[in-house]
Ligand binder design. Sequence first.
Ligand SMILES: Nc1ncnc2c1ncn2[C@@H]1O[C@H](COP(=O)(O)OP(=O)(O)OP(=O)(O)O)[C@@H](O)[C@H]1O
Ligand SMILES: [Mg+2]
Length: 376
Amino acid sequence: MIIPFKYGKVIDPVFFVNREKEILFLQRNFKSKINTTLISPRRWGKSSLVKKAADELAAANKKIVPVYVDLFNVREEKEFYEMLSSAILKATYTKLEERIKVIKTLFKLITPKITVGIDQHNEFQLGFDIHDLKKNPDEILNLSEKICKLKNVELLICIDEFQNIAHFENPLAFQKKLRAQWQHHNLTCYCLYGSKRNMLSELFEHKSMPFYKFGDLFFLSKIDKIHWIKYIQRQFKKTRKEADSASAGLIADLMENHPYFVQQLAAISWENTTKTCTEKTVLKSLEELLVMNDLLFQKEIDLLSNKQINFLKAMVDEVKQFSTAPVIQKYNLGSSANVVRVRKALVDKEVIDIYGTTMEFIDPLFKQWMKRVYMN
Ligand SMILES: Nc1ncnc2c1ncn2[C@@H]1O[C@H](COP(=O)(O)OP(=O)(O)OP(=O)(O)O)[C@@H](O)[C@H]1O
Ligand SMILES: [Mg+2]
């Protein structure tokens, strides 16, 4: 039988849980062409959410064409332009001849090199000369508007892993170029998303940055426990197994509603279930998951100082006030100034994250490992 849970990359609608409000919000923005930036920690579901919202909207409104650009392996500005223009052409012209014809009419200052694979639709890539690009990036940045007019469509350009622009040679100048052109676009809407929260919010929130007030800035949250319980029980039922609500709730609680890890623990619990999943099954499955990750977490611990480990131990014990004398003493944290330093180091090392007044482990499984293996 095929496991009825999915974890990894972008998920199909069958595995998709809730996010109704977020989908409505995004679709409303996309329809009104309000540029939107979406930020969350890794694997909270940005890519899946944008894909679902954009695909559904496009299915209902044929005039809207989504264009997906994933910058996950992009390190240079040149690659960005190549990827963007190739994706736009692939999304708007299905036939190779049409694409070549439109390239001839639209590219006046830049001469692209076209690479086509056996699969003409998917393996289609434009290449540009770096000197051409330096002189005339606008020709590419405005390509979408020109095609929208030609084809009487509206493009929704979704750029994933946008934080990677930080690797470009001059990220600030690059952003200025983008902003200068994109702000005049009336037929294209941009959705930019990624996971380096601090870096991305700096790009979009600081007055001195080119993308300041480029559109709406939206921080994605996790998915509530109630939705997880319904989903887990539904998926078990589909495969003629059962999960009582206590066990489904325990899966969500242990993984702190983190989308990726809830799906993973649910998958293992499902495999360990013959007929009915109970809390015992879930705890056994968690044990297995911890064993699988043991080496990885050992390495992670090796990269931390003693004080940083002590701080995490206090977090595992659900300590909320770190700067009080008894806590500093109990966990040997040095001084309150040191507490601040340790916390910052853990944020920089991407072990913990702070949202408003809450602080949590980025990886809920690592927290469980500290609690059940390391501190036990
Ligand atoms: N709405 C959802 N319903 C159920 N599971 C989800 C949902 N969103 C995300 N997930 C789970 O989280 C995993 C990661 O999702 P996705 O790749 O969309 O996240 P992401 O934020 O784009 O991650 P990354 O930061 O790595 O790019 C999915 O494979 C799935 O297991
Ligand atoms: Mg993603």
